[in-house]
Design a protein around this ligand. Structure first.
Ligand code: M6R
Length: 588
């Protein structure tokens, strides 16, 4: 959940690392820091707060090799002392992940007289390196890594080495080659810098100098790295001049729908997937957060297409209480990043129990792809905003493709037609501001819907609370009268989704129930008659482009994303970096 960077080149390392860290900041933004090495000395500057806090302090860091970090706090508060890098003797270290046995290591090291300056689990790594070092950096890294339990990635600077070392277990490290050599947690950090990239193998280390990159396995035997060109997607998106990634990414929803369908159709593997799903005795979808909300929609879609039971499970729960799968069962692990610890664990448990695992992910080189039997790409491109938007839309498109065994091409055509409206909405959805204003002026916001709108309501609620910090919940409009109605009064807003004519009357009942308790109501609908009937009676009514009921979630979800974005701005928050959160949740 933290971001690590290493640079070995000929220019000023600190400035280069600073730029790379800015692109990794979505992985955590509690603190940041950089160490450089120059003429046998290490120079470090670190601060609590965002990467930008480093801008002045790093100007005095000399040297053309260095490492950097942006932190999402797990062990110890977001203070200067807990910020990485951590230094011990000849070493400086940055770390992503968790050292599960750090307490044991810390007592051992403290007993031998070592002083700790932070509450982090990471600082033990610096002390271990210094303890094991006898002039051979690779060996010190090997011995140190052998002591670390858990999943982690580290970058190490040593005063006696003209470069840096990186090593990983269960966490990604990408190596980059260009005019200089790099390593980073995510390929995004290398966009515009490296020309080629290579994924460091699990359990391996790399020694990176301005002259080259040497990869070694866990026993220090050389491994030939396989570099590939940085793809256009990885080089970042251009041409969309938005103030925030969140809006820019919502504006990629339509493109994501088109690309995800096209990738599925051109992959040529649809027939095999369809026959596996058709012969499954159970289909289990696992995911967390927004990916789980997409899985809820996926369960509805797949349940309508295949005869076996289809369930969506929260990955964090499924890993503790896994369903009883067989060799005929299929698990679809849904994860934008492909790095979410709970999703990886749940998928791994189900695979070990015999299930065939399909990874539905936006990141082709992620951990979940290495675990899965089959990968289904969500073609959203890099998603930087912590709040998932275009990846959710891509996951919906992917589920539609999976749920169309005999009509995928036709379904894709229909999705592309809806994508045109989604595009217009994403660029012109000014009415979102009206509802956003109601949201931020409310004590609580309930998102209500029936049928497929329930899943959209749940996701819309997550989006709003995540970026605006307004309390919110999403539920079936049918459930309102079974408890939540007790909370409704003039300070509470209910956003009622209506996209299925067959369920419109039931939604209108919910509107009446709220209005009769003096609650405020905003209607979000694709149905012109519902809008016409309600717009004069409720606080706001937003008529969205018409869409067939089974595809309306693309339109409705985009509208709710826009509302959340506008609400974040009205509330004065940075929508891209909600407090306390980070993009890839690689810890349990
Ligand atoms: O990378 P993943 O899709 O596995 O991430 C799962 C959740 O952590 C993620 O969707 C989270 O809920 C988002 N911040 C929601 O916007």
């Amino acid at each position: 959940m933290c971001g690590i960077v290493g640079y070995a080149g000929r220019g000023g390392a600190a400035g280069e690392i600073f730029e790379c860290l800015k692109k990794l900041e979505y992985r955590g933004y509690d603190s940041a820091g950089i160490s450089t090495a120059d003429r046998g000395e290490i120079f470090t500057f670190k601060r609590s707060g965002r990467v930008q806090c480093l801008s002045e302090g790093i100007k005095s860091l000399p040297g053309s090799v260095g490492i950097g970090h942006t932190r999402w706090a797990t062990h110890g508060a977001a203070t200067d002392a807990n910020a990485h890098p951590h230094v011990s003797g000849a070493f400086s270290v940055v770390h992503n992940g968790m050292i599960e046995n750090y307490a044991e290591l810390k007592s051992e090291l403290a007993a031998s007289g070592r002083k700790f300056l932070s509450q982090t689990d990471s600082e033990v790594i610096a002390h271990l390196l210094d303890y094991y070092y006898d002039g051979d950096l690779a060996d010190a890294v090997r011995l140190t890594c052998a002591r670390l339990k858990g999943c982690w990635a580290i970058a190490v600077l040593c005063t006696h080495f003209d470069g840096f070392a990186v090593a990983c277990r269960g966490m990604p490290v990408i190596l980059g080659r260009g005019d200089a050599n790099y390593a980073a947690s995510d390929v995004n950090a290398l966009a515009g810098r490296a020309r080629e990239r290579c994924i460091l193998g699990d359990g391996c280390m790399a020694l990176v100098t301005p002259r080259g990159i040497q990869v070694l396995d866990g026993a220090l035997a050389p491994v030939k790295p396989v570099f590939g060109a940085l793809g256009a997607e990885e080089e970042g998106e251009s041409g969309q001049d938005c103030a925030h990634y969140m809006l820019r990414e919502i504006r990629c929803n339509a493109r994501t729908m088109r690309r995800t369908c096209a990738a599925f159709l051109s992959s040529g593997g649809g027939a095999e997937l369809y026959s596996r799903l058709a012969s499954a005795d159970m289909i289990v979808l696992v995911g967390c957060g927004t990916a789980y909300n997409a899985a809820l929609a996926g369960a509805r879609l797949l349940g309508g297409a295949y005869d076996c039971p289809v369930t969506a499970r929260l990955a964090g729960e499924a890993r503790c209480d896994p369903p009883r799968v067989t060799r005929r069962s299929v698990c679809i692990a849904v994860s934008q990043s492909g790095e979410t610890a709970d999703t990886i664990a749940a998928a791994g448990i189900l695979r070990a129990a015999g299930a065939y695992v399909i990874a539905m992910t936006n990141v082709g080189y992620s951990a979940i792809t290495r675990l899965a039997d089959r990968v289904l790409p969500v073609c959203a491109g890099p998603e930087i905003c912590v709040a998932a938007t275009k990846s959710y839309i891509g996951q919906l498109a992917c589920f539609h493709m999976l749920a169309s065994p005999s009509c995928a091409a036709l379904r894709s055509k229909c999705i592309c037609a809806v994508a045109d409206d989604v595009e217009k909405l994403a660029f012109d959805g000014e009415y979102a501001l009206v509802i956003a204003r109601l949201c931020v002026n409310s004590r609580a916001v309930f998102f209500l819907g029936r049928g497929a709108d329930v899943e959209v309501a749940v996701e819309g609620s997550l989006k709003l609370k995540e970026v605006s910090y307004v309390f919110s919940d999403g539920l079936s409009a049918a459930e309102l009268k079974h408890g939540t109605l007790a909370l409704v009064d003039e300070g509470v807003l209910s956003v009622v989704l209506v996209t299925d004519a067959a369920l419109a009357d039931k939604c209108k009942n919910a509107v009446e129930q709220v209005l009769s308790r003096r609650g405020r109501v905003a209607v979000v609908t694709t149905l012109a008659d519902v809008h016409a009937e309600l717009c004069g009676r409720v606080d706001a009514s937003w008529l969205l482009p018409a869409a067939p009921a089974h595809l309306a979630h693309f339109v409705a979800a985009t509208a709710l994303q826009l509302i959340a974005y506008r609400a974040a701005l009205l509330a004065g928050h940075d929508p891209d970096k909600p407090r306390n959160l980070a993009k890839s949740v690689t810890v349990e």
